[in-house]
Design a protein around this ligand. Structure first.
Ligand SMILES: NC(=O)C1=CN([C@@H]2O[C@H](COP(=O)(O)OP(=O)(O)OC[C@H]3O[C@@H](n4cnc5c(N)ncnc54)[C@H](O)[C@@H]3O)[C@@H](O)[C@H]2O)C=CC1
Ligand SMILES: N[C@@H](CC=O)C(=O)O
Length: 350
């Protein structure tokens, strides 16, 4: 039976939940999927780093985080030592889940690069490296004969990127539009229910939906990255971040929400991209007061949905969780499964 050794870079909501899944479901994974998982390295800004080639005691690691204790008290270091851990640990797969940096993707871009250069596959939920350095990192993975997987970068564990690549390969995609941020959608819904903006954002943070800096959700930076990812991955758009127009929901007031409601409309933060007749792609994110019979009007809470405009099927919509610790940890698991399938020739990998 194959066991994949895993390194967790960033030990916040998502990677902690992946560790919990590994701790509680390893036997089910072994019998259901034919492989097991063992965590051999963890790094985190708050906890430092721990490398144990025979496997880390996950109940110990999951017990840390509430106080000032670090991995230094458990045979590790109080420093992250990311480069040396990533390059020299014995992991087969690096799960990168540090903060998304919407400006240049760092330090996550470097984390991914170090892993691929040292012959390790990478799974990430971090939008920065995928959106801003996706092409470069994909070719680095290919050069090194390893895998770079990032299903969770868009719509958390809801299958979108692999699904669209695999299932739409025989038709033409003209564009897409969707709700691609759980936090802003949750906040708009809570405002419609009468809650004030700040309280709604706090709830989204408590629930594990929001970015470390929730302005990324509210001001549309997060959707801008996701639109860029989908446009380049699925429409072959060849565009950059500056080509995706961005407006967030901070300009939508409680009064705007009430007025829309009285007029049979609902505010949504909509990300979209469309192929123009000359082959170029126009992409952007902006708040829109959609009529209640619009396909996106009923998508509520942290649920996301994206509707693809296809030439042979017309619109095809995928809907599901867009944020959440468990939902996003599942995305990493689905990436690991895709890597296993690719290595063993099974069918799940696109
Ligand atoms: N939470 C969610 O619903 C989703 C999150 N994501 C993305 O997944 C990633 C992780 O999300 P969460 O776990 O929710 O965030 P989080 O803020 O709970 O955890 C991030 C962790 O990374 C650590 N970290 C930051 N920089 C580091 C560095 N240089 N070296 C080592 N550790 C570092 C932090 O100390 C923190 O514990 C983010 O990039 C986020 O955008 C993607 C989809 C959904
Ligand atoms: N903060 C993001 C998390 C997923 O990418 C969101 O709210 O959608």
């Amino acid at each position: 039976m194959t066991t994949y050794d895993i390194a967790l870079i960033g030990f916040g909501g998502v990677n902690r939940t992946l560790a919990e899944l590994i701790a509680t479901r390893n036997e089910a994974l072994r019998s259901g999927l034919g492989f097991g998982l063992r965590v051999v390295a963890i790094t985190d800004l708050r906890l430092g780093s721990l490398v144990q080639p025979d496997g880390i005691d996950l109940s110990m690691a999951l017990g840390l985080g509430g106080g000032s204790e670090t991995f230094a008290e458990h045979g590790g270091s109080a420093d992250t030592n990311n480069e040396s851990v990533i390059r020299s640990c014995t992991a087969d797969i690096i799960c990168e889940a540090t903060f998304t940096n919407p400006d240049d993707g760092e330090p996550a871009v470097s984390h991914v690069r170090w892993a691929l250069e040292s012959g390790k596959s990478v799974c990430t939920t971090n939008k920065g490296p995928v959106a801003l350095r996706g092409a470069e990192l994909n070719s680095l993975a290919a050069q090194n004969g390893v895998y770079f997987e990032y299903e969770g970068a868009v719509m958390s564990g809801t299958p979108v990127i692999r699904l669209a690549k695999k299932m739409f390969s025989g038709l033409r995609l003209n564009g897409f539009e969707g709700i691609l941020n759980g936090t802003s959608n949750y906040v708009l819904g809570r405002m419609e229910a009468g809650l004030d903006f700040e309280a709604a954002v706090s709830e989204a943070q408590e629930l594990g939906y929001a970015e470390a800096n929730p302005a990324a959700d509210i001001e549309g930076y997060d959707v801008q990255l996701k639109v860029l990812i989908l446009a380049n991955e699925l429409l072959d758009a060849g565009i950059e971040l500056k080509d995706v127009r961005r407006q967030g929901i901070s300009t939508v007031t409680a009064e705007d929400v009430r007025t829309a409601s009285r007029n049979g409309r609902r505010w949504k933060l909509v990300g979209s991209a469309r192929r123009n007749p000359d082959g170029t792609v126009t992409a952007g994110v902006a708040p829109v007061a959609v009529p209640l019979d619009h396909g996106l009007a009923g998508v509520s809470g942290a649920t996301n949905a994206v509707s693809f405009d296809t030439d042979l099927l017309g619109p095809v919509t995928v809907s599901g969780p867009g944020a959440g610790r468990v939902e996003t940890a599942y995305a990493l698991l689905s990436d690991i499964i895709a890597i296993h399938s690719a290595k063993t020739g099974a069918a799940a990998h696109a």
